[in-house]
Ligand binder design. Structure first.
Ligand code: ADP
Ligand code: DP6
Length: 325
């Protein structure tokens, strides 16, 4: 029997990954850049044993159905190939983040699974190897191997597509992200299906790709300069552009709810009142607000007037994947 357990934190992209150029290998169309956060995470244990007759996947105490287990098995096949074993596995995972609600459970989930498998089978993967492995489970997971600011370089094949930490001279320690948990139900259109539909059908998609290099360069410069305004403006613009592409897909769709719009307006109103803060959104209705730590309380108080206190959760920069002994 071989066992491993790991914890990984979610990350939120400031420059989004939106679209694959290779569905099987999960190679992205564009580079993306994220901040790993400390409030939401996954802990996963994996056990490989010759007493198991098939793979089993337990999430939050419940055995998962065939479809969810199949996804895990496909990932485990990669791991088994690397570890030169045919043993079946039991995966026991706990999400300290709502699952499939646009809060990046796939990132923390697959990064934790990659780490646990590396430990269990003693694969000896370094961070780059782990990032490449996690990427095969879910693209954004390749960034959750690292803490702080992380860039996923799209690369051009399986070997060259992985994430790296970006040095920032501690800028991330000045920052916080306020999460507005507007809806924690599983979404109708997963990130995977949403980005595929957008790449295949959205007439706005080329515009997204064309503007990416400029957004990325500006965001990286903002990190170097520790320029919060430029960081926030670039992040917000990039998110709006990503969400714009879904409106021109066929059939069109959106991850926004009426509450998402209220939250975005609240951020704009706060800025008008002189509080620097900026929003981003992923494949779900929840809104995340980037703010300097010194303004967190102001932002949280303002949001608690619009939504319930329970719905407003703040996070700081988090660390990379860790093994739990
Ligand atoms: P999210 O916004 O939460 O990342 P996605 O639709 O992108 O939503 O991904 C959700 C999917 O990620 C789930 O359906 C499941 O396949 C996978 N996932 C989530 N949590 C875990 C976990 N702890 N272990 C393995 N896979 C997970
Ligand atoms: C909008 O990494 O969940 O959150 O690679 O298909 O598993 P798959 O998709 P996933 O997509 C994340 C999309 C996003 C943007 C981002 O995190 O960069």
């Amino acid at each position: 029997m071989f066992k491993g357990k790991a914890r990984a934190y979610t990350n939120i992209a400031l420059i989004k990954y939106w679209g694959k150029k290779d569905e099987a290998l999960i190679l992205p169309m564009n580079n993306s850049l994220s901040l790993t956060l400390d409030a939401f995470y996954t802990e996963t244990e994996v056990i490989f044993s010759d007493t198991f007759t098939k793979d089993e996947f337990y999430l939050d105490g419940e055995q998962q159905n065939d479809k969810a287990t199949k996804k895990i098995s496909t990932f485990l096949d990669l791991v088994r190939e690397k570890g030169q074993t045919t043993l079946n596995a039991k995966v026991i995972s706990q999400n300290f983040v709502p699952t499939a609600a646009g809060l990046a459970s796939s990132a923390s989930g697959l990064a934790a699974l990659a780490g646990a498998c590396n430990e269990a089978l003693q694969l000896g993967l370094d961070d780059t190897g782990l990032s490449r492995l996690a990427r095969r489970g879910s693209g954004s997971a390749c960034r959750s191997i690292y803490g702080g600011f992380v860039e996923w370089e799209k690369g051009f094949d399986d070997l060259t597509s992985y994430a790296k930490q970006i040095s920032s001279d501690g800028f991330e320690d000045d920052l916080a992200m306020v999460f507005l948990l507007l809806n924690d139900q599983q979404k109708d259109v997963s990130s995977r299906d949403g980005m595929r539909r957008t790449v295949e059908t959205s007439s706005f998609y080329q515009g997204w790709l064309d503007s990416l290099d400029a957004d990325l360069a500006q965001l990286k410069q903002a990190i170097t300069d520790k320029n919060f305004q430029s960081l926030g403006e670039t992040m917000e613009r990039n998110a709006l552009k990503m969400h714009g592409t879904t409106l021109a897909a066929n059939p069109p769709f959106t991850y926004w709810s009426p509450d998402s719009l209220r939250a975005m307006q609240a951020v704009r109103d706060l800025r008008k009142q002189g509080v620097p803060c900026y929003f981003t959104m992923d494949a779900g209705p929840n809104v995340k607000i980037l703010v300097e730590k010194k303004h967190v309380t102001t932002v949280k108080t303002a949001c608690s007037h619009l939504f319930s206190k329970k719905q407003v959760v703040s996070a700081q920069a988090g660390s990379g994947m860790t093994i739990i002994k």
